[in-house]
Ligand binder design. Structure first.
Ligand code: ARG
Length: 455
């Protein structure tokens, strides 16, 4: 147990097991960089208010920046005996500058620090996820859509063969989901402010000008657009008690995860021997320890499976926050692990998926064979009859009966003679069947589609 940021009013030492139970350093050390930015801003505001002398502020600032350097180089090693990251940094500064460090925590609270750190973390990570999502989405289009322009595919509803689609549109449907996710992330980042000056809950005696000046002068963030996000608090009570931004981020991550899981499920299904439409890259599959022939889609299964964790993280925080009285309550410390977990899971999935997608092979021969299934064109035939003046409901019945009959007689519509076809409707004949019941006609007849990629 290291030195704590509190204790004066206590007669007894904290119970060792309780100390271990309540500490957060083993996960909140990830916020070290943002915590130092908060400290840099804070000491500048204290200087502006005349509480710190210029020289004192400089001394504190250079020791804070030394730690910042360690963090940037990946050399920062948190002391896991500390209570939390705020305490850990305070203790380090004490080691560096001695008694002067006791002024660092003037007029501020960890309640204010932690929400500053959390908001900063969310902005940075939302940006990272948005960039990875963009890379992945581009890979999706350039590696498995563009090379297959013109390729027809089977569209399913209820996992039953439905109608023919262009493969590009099938892939683009996923891309459209990820596009929406990207827009959601951008809106989220745009809407997020990072507040300072809440104190424990009622604000501080430093003025807004003290803070504004400090923000403007923060050289560490001078060239970053994040500096515009930092503002003096608007309502400190709300500020220290608000975790909406974490919930919002977790819900965006949950939607992304849901989309990734749906993509994973389709690819798992289509890579089975039963479908055999795609081959998965071997480097992302594993074998069985018992069955020598197996090539299992473990990566995709883990993506699908992670949905439990990511949804769980959202539910966990929603439940933690339910019914909490204003303002800060220690319960809120428990927002960190779910947040870090979802960020890590989705980030890793996107990273691996961007590579995975490049190795997927389309079994075009198998797909072409499947496209010979005449039922895929039943709707096209009914639509053809509509253009001959037949009411759709009647056309539906005619084609339904035709499909049922060939099914019962184990025949093919394309093998039927003109006389047979005419019994269903006088406009039907062999030539019409050839023309209408083919993949090219089927996709060309769909005029509502916006051409996403030129033919
Ligand atoms: N570790 C705390 C958290 O993550 C920081 C705030 C602690 N404040 C307090 N009064 N104990 O929320």
């Amino acid at each position: 147990m290291t030195k704590k940021l509190w204790g004066g009013r206590f007669k007894k030492e904290i119970d060792k097991d309780f100390f271990e139970f309540q500490k957060s350093i083993h996960y909140d050390y990830k916020l070290a960089e943002y915590d130092i930015i908060h400290s840099l801003l804070h000491i500048a505001a204290l200087k502006n208010a005349g509480i710190l002398k210029n020289g004192e502020e400089k001394k504190l600032s250079s020791s804070l920046k030394e730690i910042l350097k360690e963090i940037k180089k990946g050399e920062f090693k948190p002391n896991f005996h500390s209570e939390d990251i705020h305490t850990d940094i305070q203790n380090r500064i004490e080691e560096k500058v001695g008694a002067l460090a006791l002024k660092l925590h003037t007029l501020r609270s960890r309640n204010d620090q932690i929400v500053f750190d959390g908001r900063f973390y969310c902005v940075e990570k939302a940006l990272d996820i948005a960039l990875s999502l963009n890379v992945f989405n581009k890979s999706l289009l350039s590696f498995i859509a563009v090379p297959f322009i013109g390729q027809k595919f089977i569209g399913y509803t209820h996992t039953q063969r439905a109608q023919v689609v262009e493969f590009v549109y099938y892939i683009h449907a996923f891309s459209a989901m990820f596009r929406r996710d990207l827009d959601r992330l951008v809106r989220f980042i745009d809407s997020l402010s990072i507040y300072v000056g809440a104190g424990a809950l009622t604000g501080t005696s430093l003025s807004r000008e003290n803070y504004n000046k400090a923000i403007k002068e923060l050289s560490y963030l001078k060239d970053s657009n994040k500096i515009n996000k930092i503002k003096p608090t608007e309502n400190p009570l709300d500020n220290v008690s608000d975790r909406d931004f974490v919930i919002e981020f977790l819900s965006i991550l949950s939607i992304i995860q849901m989309h990734l899981s749906r993509l994973a499920e389709d690819f798992i299904l289509y890579s089975t021997k039963e479908f055999n439409f795609i081959d998965l890259p071997e480097e992302f599959c594993t074998g069985s320890s018992l069955m020598p022939h197996k090539k299992n889609p473990d990566f995709l299964e883990l993506v699908r499976g992670n949905t439990g964790k990511v949804y769980g993280n959202l539910m966990s925080l929603l439940t933690t926050m339910k019914g909490l009285p204003l303002t800060y309550n220690r319960d809120m410390q428990l927002d960190k692990e779910p947040l870090f977990s979802s960020v890590e899971v989705v980030g890793l999935e996107l990273k691996v998926l961007s590579k995975f997608i490049k190795g997927i092979k389309l079994n075009t021969e198998v797909i072409e064979k499947a496209l010979e299934d005449e039922t895929l064109y039943a709707t096209d035939l009914a639509e053809f009859l509509v253009y001959q003046g037949v009411p759709f409901k009647e056309a539906h019945t005619i084609v339904g009966k035709l499909v049922r009959d060939v099914f019962d007689k184990n025949k093919k519509i394309k093998e039927m003679k003109d006389e047979e076809l005419k019994q269903y409707h006088h406009a039907l004949n062999k030539t019409i069947i050839q023309k209408v019941m083919n993949a090219e006609y089927s996709v060309k007849s769909k005029k509502t589609l916006k051409r996403i990629i030129p033919r």
